[in-house]
Design a protein around this ligand. Structure first.
Ligand code: HEC
Length: 211
């Protein structure tokens, strides 16, 4: 990092209703990581997050008066210990680089995991049903499959979060396919989940989720 950038970074100065500063780790300034300010000192829990820019600089603007915990989360980092701050404070934050990729991945957001899902390829459409390619015959294009993911499953809840992507009781099943077949039938909304699974073509959808 150039000397010019160091002195530029040092000029982050929070106005009276902002918290700002610079985020640095052992790797140097941390650009493109989240800085989160949160408080339970207001009538409802209040959280505001921003992303660091050049030189690891951040500014969380327009904060109502309260005592905040400010901390850092980012790809490749472990969550930093919260630092106490109030609007008007300039707070430079220390981020910790994760020791292993596994440790880093533990805080990746749900959308990261969701982006890894592999729907059937475009050339697998149109569906030819349970005796054909397993995709429901109503689904003529991949877009319609994606629509069922979004307006079927994700009408109710996200899909990339930990409870959905990990199976805590996998040892109770013969296979991950069997586990998935069970978990989309269970609970108070099991009937509706299973209906959505059938709209994909159940067997093919189980393969996608289990994968
Ligand atoms: C009508 C709303 C609704 C729809 C639609 C829905 N879900 Fe759910 N889902 C829920 C609810 C509510 C729970 C929590 C169930 C419980 O614990 O009683 C849940 C829980 C789950 C779980 C966690 C089970 C566990 O191990 O705790 C998985 C996995 C899941 N849903 C996947 C899906 C998939 C895949 C789809 C689309 C095919 C889907 N859901 C569609 C409401 C829905």
């Amino acid at each position: 990092m150039s000397a010019a950038l160091v002195s530029f970074a040092a000029f982050v100065r929070a106005a009276e209703d902002d918290i700002g500063g610079v985020v640095t780790s052992a790797d140097g300034p941390e650009e493109g990581v989240w800085v989160i300010a949160e408080t339970t000192g207001l009538p409802t829990k209040f959280v505001k997050s921003v992303v660091t820019g050049d030189g690891g600089r951040y500014l969380i603007p327009d904060l109502p008066e309260a005592a905040y915990d400010v901390w850092v989360r980012g790809y490749g980092l472990v969550d930093s210990a919260p630092v106490q701050a109030a609007p008007g404070d300039t707070v430079d934050l220390a981020a910790t680089v994760a020791a292993t990729p596994r440790e880093a991945a533990a805080v990746y957001p749900a959308n990261y995991w969701y982006s890894l899902i592999r729907p059937p390829a475009q050339d697998e459409f149109p569906g030819t049903g349970p005796d054909g390619n397993g995709i429901d015959a109503n689904l003529q294009h991949q877009d319609q499959w994606l629509d069922v993911q979004k307006q079927g499953c994700m009408l109710c809840h996200q899909l990339g979060n930990r409870i959905v992507r990990e199976i805590d009781n996998i040892e109770q099943f013969d296979s991950s396919l069997a586990a998935w077949d069970h978990r989309v039938r269970m609970g108070q909304r099991g009937g509706q989940m299973t209906n959505v699974m059938n709209r994909f073509g159940r067997a093919r959808a189980l393969r996608m989720f289990a994968d």
